[in-house]
Design a binder for this molecule. Structure first.
Ligand code: FMN
Length: 184
């Protein structure tokens, strides 16, 4: 089936629905983006579920993430100039539900180090952004470019550190492992 807005009129609801379904069906991974910056007189960290993430160059190693212009993560990435990407095991799909709102609950140890966010253990990547301890693998990215796309800001980060298993790890989480949608 083909559908397009007619040349004579506005988009129909049917076209809008079909376009959304096609956009939702584009295969993507499902990640948790970590961010951190000085905000309001203190250090603020956040973790945010995201699927609009993809590698966009090989030399240098660049990864792009589209972040909602209104999100806390956007403010933190803008100010902190770094973001992390945690890749999760497929069986950890329930974990991403904890990171669809700004994290309010953090736990700090006796030395003042943040050790968990929303009940999930974390550690800081070399550039200071949080990574989920349960991640199968992770990337630490420094922002090199950004593009204001309207609803979202595309941040392009260079991979400055990475962690993961020595050999082949377990398969990582993708959008298709969940019943969630985003975008469209
Ligand atoms: C499955 C799924 C995928 C998402 N993907 C993105 C994404 O790629 N970019 C984005 O900005 N928000 C994405 N969101 C929304 C964020 O997780 C979050 O709700 C919102 O942006 C607020 O983020 P904040 O905690 O930084 O304020 C997604 C949500 C879900 C449930």
């Amino acid at each position: 089936m083909t559908a397009a807005p007619g040349p004579e009129g506005p988009e129909t609801a049917a076209y809008d629905r079909l376009r959304r379904r096609v956009l939702w069906s584009m295969p993507t991974g499902l990640y948790v983006i970590g961010s951190r910056a000085e905000l309001g007189g203190g250090t603020r960290r956040n973790l945010m579920t995201a699927n609009l993430v993809v590698q966009v160059a090989t030399q240098p190693k660049l990864v792009a993430a589209a972040i909602d212009a209104e999100a806390l993560t956007r403010r933190l990435v803008e100010a902190g100039r770094s973001f992390s990407i945690s890749l999760l095991a497929r069986e950890d799909r329930a974990v991403v539900r904890r990171f669809v709102k700004p994290v309010t609950e953090t736990e700090v140890d006796a030395s003042g180090t943040t050790v968990s966010m929303a009940g999930e253990a974390i550690f800081d990547a070399p550039s200071g952004v949080p990574v989920l301890s349960r991640a199968v693998s992770w990337l630490d990215c420094e922002v090199r470019e950004h593009l204001d796309l309207g609803s979202h800001i595309l941040y392009v980060g260079e991979v400055v550190a990475a962690g993961g298993p020595d050999g082949e790890g377990p398969p990582v989480l993708r959008m298709e492992d969940t019943r969630m949608n985003y975008g469209g």
